[in-house]
Structure formats: C-alpha cells, structure tokens
Write a protein that binds this ligand. Structure first.
Ligand code: P6P
Length: 339
C-alpha cells in the first residue's frame, strides 16, 4: 500500500528522479535524468493517443506488417515513431532498438549521447481493439567505455542495464521503473500532466496465489511446466489451488504479479522452441524490475538477466514473480536435470 503521501507535497516523477541525481552528487551528469524525462513525455503522448484512439479511429490495422510478421496496428506505428523521435531529440541516446524496427537505429553524431534504449513501444497490441490494458516496455544500457555506440552496446546481458521500466495504459497510465535502487510506481495525473509517486518502493510478496500462463498452449508444454501447473491446480490435501489470471498483455500480467505476487510464465514449448517473448525489450526489462522488487526471473534453468543476446530480436523462455513460487517451478526443471 502506498504510504499516506501529503497532498501538499506531491512527488512527481521528475522530482523523484532529480532527487536520485542529487543523492549521487557529482557522479551524476544529469543525462539519465534528462533521458528519463524524455521517456516520461513519450508515455504521456502515447497515453493520450491510446485513450482517444477509439474516438479518432486510430484502432485497426495500419496496413503494414512489422519485423515479427505481425499485422501492425495504427497505434503501434504511431507509438514507435513517438519513441524514436523523442529519444533521438533528447541528445542522450546512441543506439535504439524497437520491436517495430528490423534494424537498430544508430543515432547521428549531432544528436548522439551515451545511452542505448531498447523498447517495445506498444506491447500487447493485439488487445488494442478490445480496450484491454497495453503498455510500453523499455530498458536502458550505458554505452561501453570508448564505444561510439554500436549494436554491440545492446548485445549485452540484462544485468548490465542501468534502468528499466514500463508504462501501462489502462484506467489510468501507470509508469513503473527502477534505476537499480528499488522499484517505484507513478500514476499520471492528466490534469497536471505529471506522473505522481503512488507506489513507492514496490516489493513483490514472497509467495502469491495466482498463476498467469496461456494454458491454451498446454498441449505443447514441456513436462516440468505441466507438472508444476498440476501441483498448484491440484495441490496436496489441505492446500487451496491457485487462481488463474491471464490477460495476454505482458505489461498488465507483470504489473499484477508485481503488486499481488504469484507467477507469470511464457515458457518455450514444442511449438515456440525459443519461447515467444523478446529477450531484449520484454524479458530483460521485466526481469530487472522483478529482481529489484525482490522476485526471481528465470528461463526455468538460467537467470534471465545473465543471458547474452545474439540478436536484437532474440526470444527466450520466461518465468517471473514471487521468489517462493518461481523456486517451486525451478525444482521441476532441476528434477528433470537430475533424473
Ligand atoms: P499469447 C503480446 O503480443 C505479447 O507479446 C505479450 O504482451 C503477452 O504476454 C504475449 O504476447 C501473449 O501471447 O500467445 O498468449 O497471445
């Protein structure tokens, strides 16, 4: 629960990030603060368009398909352009990776900065027309020392990210992010045009009562997943079964998991041999947040943040959530490896 924040002393995202910069003293140049401010503006802009999409007929197909071969929705295209333009104009970025762009964007010398941003501009877009919560997911690397900013600066483990977050567009716009010292949540006050601190220092419960998997893929699941799910659906005597909650929009499913606990999974299976979710701009940022909130993010056998990407659109198997729940899942993989 958010502590009772005094209404005459609202903490905006900008003020909160600035207080971080002041705390770091001379070590902070202010560049990350300005970058996060630019990202905040993109979230406000995208939120506005998502909210009025139905009114100005922005929903529906844009007539194009993206690198994933998925039909692009108009809001996808718009959100990607908003992000690329604002991040380039910030003068703080060197490399951009977007789910919507086949190649990485290398920023021109005049606008080049020292950060790389990987992002999914509008994740869960298949839900746009149904008015279900969707979101922007982002992760930030600092370019390597002596680098001029190349694709090698983003083909690094998620553990080398300096910040990560998401903005969920639903009944309100919620921006949740971390710069490596815990996780904070902000809610957009549209009248003020400011994200206000509403969820300080989010900590994921050590165990939850919810599992979030697309069980429509059950026939393809590998045995450890099937055995784990059976253990929480048909628990030993005396225990209550878990509840199933699955929205099909990662930002919404992860947001609920962060706040309520439990486990979210999109594992690799016999159909999606490498999994479905993207490593760089879906799994890494969410794993960063979940670990910062005291949870675990794994492929079942490996810590997600330790994976070294080989390509900017790599996929990976994802289980994340409450420490105890994810450790229970991992035991079923260990049983296989020791069998
Ligand atoms: P499925 C949305 O397309 C997405 O990338 C994630 O937001 C979500 O978790 C997943 O795919 C849903 O996939 O196969 O259950 O529709």
């Amino acid at each position: 629960m958010a502590e009772d924040l005094p209404t005459t002393d609202i903490i905006t995202l900008t003020r909160h990030v600035l207080s971080d910069q002041i705390r770091l003293g001379d070590a902070a140049t202010g560049d990350l603060t300005l970058l996060l401010t630019a990202i905040q503006v993109t979230s406000k802009f995208i939120a506005t368009n998502v909210r009025k999409a139905r009114l100005i007929n922005l929903v529906g197909l844009a007539g194009e398909t993206n690198v994933q071969g998925e039909e692009q929705k108009k809001l996808d295209v718009l959100s990607n352009d908003i992000m690329v333009n604002a991040l380039r104009a910030s003068g703080k970025t060197a490399v951009l990776v977007s789910e919507e762009l086949e190649e990485a964007v290398i920023i021109d010398e005049r606008n080049k900065g020292k950060y790389c941003v990987v992002f999914d501009p509008l994740d869960g877009s298949s839900n746009i027309d149904a008015g279900v919560n969707i979101g922007t997911i982002f992760g930030i690397y600092r370019i390597r020392p002596d680098s001029k900013g190349t694709i090698q600066d983003v083909l690094r483990p998620g553990s080398e990210m300096v910040a990560a977050g998401y903005t969920m567009y639903g009944s309100s716009a919620n921006l949740v992010f971390s710069t490596g010292s815990g996780v904070n949540g902000y809610t957009l006050d549209a009248a003020l045009g400011e994200f206000i601190l509403t969820h300080p220092n989010i900590k994921i419960p050590s165990r939850g009562k919810i599992y979030s998997f697309n069980e429509g893929n059950s026939m393809y699941f590998h045995p450890p997943v099937t055995k784990y799910l059976n253990s929480i659906k048909y628990p030993a005597s005396g225990k209550s079964p878990y509840s199933a909650r699955y929205i099909g929009s990662m930002v919404a499913d992860v947001h609920r998991t962060l706040l309520y606990g439990g486990i979210f999974g999109y594992p690799d299976d016999k159909k999606s041999k490498k999994g479905k979710l993207r490593l760089l701009y879906e799994a890494f940022p969410m794993a960063f947040l979940v670990e910062q909130a005291g949870g675990i993010a794994t492929t079942g056998t490996h810590r997600i943040l330790d994976i070294v990407p080989t390509g900017i659109h790599d996929r990976c198997s994802v289980f994340l959530g409450s420490k105890d729940d994810v450790q229970d899942l991992m035991k079923f993989y260990q049983d296989v490896s020791t069998a």
